[in-house]
Design a protein around this ligand. Structure first.
Ligand code: PRX
Length: 576
């Protein structure tokens, strides 16, 4: 399988790619020289939102559509770069009147609606830190994130606010809630429409240091609560260049990124890097549905599409007759991110759309694509590709020593790329723990073949990837033990042909409680409500005991080995 190659000939591509010669560019490129590709204020100051929007709105692209938006109910809207500049300026003014200062946290708990996009940009314009929350989050997930970030303002809608109301007593630092769908102003809850009506359209964008924080996202590891990953304004440079090389974007593209801005992909490649390249972004508020997705690709003449392996697998499962009914000849480049993309998925792209899916690898912490397949480079189906110019990747052992080709080890990156996380919010030690022997250690296991291609093997820790979402087992376990019938819980990711992994929980019930289908459903509902719609265990097994270390820590690796019928390895540290 690893010898299979999809050869590329750039003369045969429908457009000459932005990156024409990977090897030559990789050799010559350096980030400092690339500073000229983005717009700077005097004295080395910068603003990511200025680069994404205002730079275009003040130039030739001002009347060009930047955002094609379609709501879940079929409503359609369009926004030009100029309109997005004015809306984000107004929003920045709204924040200013509410006393928001540089470095304050402003959070968004919204579905994919236009307010989220211009609100995010407006926040960056003030120098405050924008945080995004998935609309699927439940009470506990919200509380953890809003409490830890000490957010001052939250923008949401009436529906989602009900979840916030359940925890707002525990959020004394949250000063105001702004509703996008209310006309009423009270002391604590304000109407966005009313605030925007009064706000001026001009705003002097904050001139930031390149390392000043711009946005934050919470993400999960093996243990503990989710951590706040902070990204700096300079990340725009990395996002701009990688969108150019990997997504091959240019101003005449209609580009559809199916990710939500609650995920780093939705920020880096739906808002920042894509708009900075002048492309038009399609945003669809609704859920996954094969027919609707093909409809959208056709109706908007999408040229470049960035999606996730689970969606690819679900589309494959929906059959090849379906795409044949649509005219998708405009589609010229397709990419995927978030979890391993099987070789079958890569090749299915070629069969159905005439172009292979191009896998890309990165993480919330990396702020931008680090390893990728490119339009100009041969694709080895199943491989994540090669590092983007300016990024040095290697496979290292646990001490940070580089391993020779074809050896499994830790996937590591030389620190210093412009979108590398700038800090973990209020957890400096956690931040430091990512770096070993001069390398950023990703937490993924991989190998590099003799041609320089990287191949994903698995996570080095217990982090679960279900339908592309990163879920920390600890968060699910914590939600489970809050359930009145449960005493203890251990959670693992179980391989699944469609979703990559599903969440499986092993639970010990309180004495006298009996496992039943009804209880199982009740537990699932409970986790959905408290944690997140996607982070609930699809499988639950009622057990009498859980494997633990002598210090009482549940050994998930043991549960996983048992589940998969694999050798359980060293058990010397386990409890009797
Ligand atoms: O395990 C890797 C997997 O997703 C993790 C990062 O997840 P998250 O922070 O949610 O960011 C995803 C979107 C940028 C990685 O540590 N992952 C991501 N891309 C790939 C992947 N696994 C295999 N192949 C990929 N292309």
């Amino acid at each position: 399988m690893k010898n299979e190659v999809i050869e590329k000939d750039i003369k045969k591509l429908s457009k000459e790619p932005n990156l024409k010669d990977y090897a030559a560019t990789y050799k010559l490129f350096n980030w400092k020289a690339a500073y000229q590709h983005i717009d700077w204020f005097p004295k080395g100051k910068i603003n990511a939102a200025h680069n994404a929007i205002d730079r275009n709105a003040r130039g030739d692209r001002k009347s060009k559509v930047a955002l094609f938006w379609e709501g879940s109910d079929g409503e359609k809207r369009k926004y030009t770069f100029l309109e997005l500049m004015e809306l984000s300026n107004k929003f920045a003014n709204v924040l200013k009147t509410l006393g928001i200062e540089r470095g304050d946290r402003v959070f968004f708990f919204l579905p994919r609606i236009p307010e989220l996009y211009y609100g995010f940009l407006g926040t960056l314009k003030t120098g405050a830190i924008a945080g995004t929350l998935f609309a699927a989050f439940g009470e506990q997930a919200l509380l953890d994130r809003l409490q830890n970030s000490a957010a001052r303002i939250l923008i949401t809608n009436k529906d989602l606010k009900e979840r916030v109301d359940k925890v707002k007593d525990k959020l004394p630092r949250l000063e105001k809630i702004i509703l996008v769908d209310s006309d009423k102003n009270t002391d604590y809850v304000l109407s966005l429409t009313k605030l925007m009506e009064k706000a001026p359209e001009d705003y002097k964008v904050a001139h930031m240091d390149p390392s000043d924080p711009a946005f934050m996202l919470y993400t999960s590891g093996t243990t503990g609560k989710p951590k706040g990953v902070i990204h700096q304004h300079l990340a725009i440079l990395h996002e701009h260049m990688s969108a150019k090389w990997v997504l091959d974007l240019r101003e005449d593209d209609i580009y559809w990124c199916t990710a939500d801005p609650g995920w780093v992909t939705g920020i880096a490649y739906e808002i920042l890097g894509t708009w900075s390249n002048g492309a038009a972004t399609l945003v669809y508020e609704g859920r996954f549905d094969p027919e609707k997705w093909y409809d959208l690709l056709q109706e908007y003449d999408v040229t470049v599409w960035y999606t996730a392996p689970t969606a690819v697998r679900l589309l494959m499962a929906a059959g090849n007759d379906l795409p044949e009914k649509y005219d998708l000849h405009q589609l010229r480049h397709i990419c995927s991110v978030g979890e391993p993309l099987n070789p079958e998925g890569v090749k299915w792209g070629k069969k159905v759309f005439g172009i292979p899916f191009h896998d890309t690898w990165w993480q919330t912490e990396t702020g931008g694509i680090l390893i990728a397949n490119y339009p100009c480079m041969d694709v080895k189906p199943g491989s994540m590709g090669k590092p983007i110019p300016g990024v040095v990747a290697a496979i290292v052992n646990d001490k940070g020593k580089v391993l020779p080709p074809n050896n499994e080890g830790n996937l590591a990156i030389k620190p210093g790329w412009p979108s590398m996380m700038q800090q973990i919010w209020r957890r400096p030690q956690k931040y430091e723990s990512y770096f070993v022997g001069g390398w950023y250690i990703s937490g993924d296991r991989a190998l590099q073949d003799k041609d320089g291609y990287f191949w994903f093997i698995g996570r080095a820790d217990d982090v679960i990837k279900t339908a592309g979402e990163r879920v920390g087992p600890f968060e699910v376990e914590s939600a489970l033990i809050e359930h009145p019938s449960i005493v203890e819980a251990g959670v693992i990711g179980k391989p699944d042909p469609l979703r990559g992994e599903i969440i499986k929980a092993f639970v010990i019930l309180k004495p006298g409680e009996k496992g039943s289908d009804k209880l199982l459903e009740d537990i699932q509902k409970y986790v959905k409500k408290h944690l997140a719609g996607y982070a609930y265990p699809r499988e639950i097994e009622f057990v009498e005991t859980l494997p633990k270390t002598r210090s009482g820590k549940i050994v998930r690796r043991f549960l996983k080995a048992q589940e998969m019928g694999l050798p359980i390895g060293d058990t010397s540290t386990l409890e009797e």
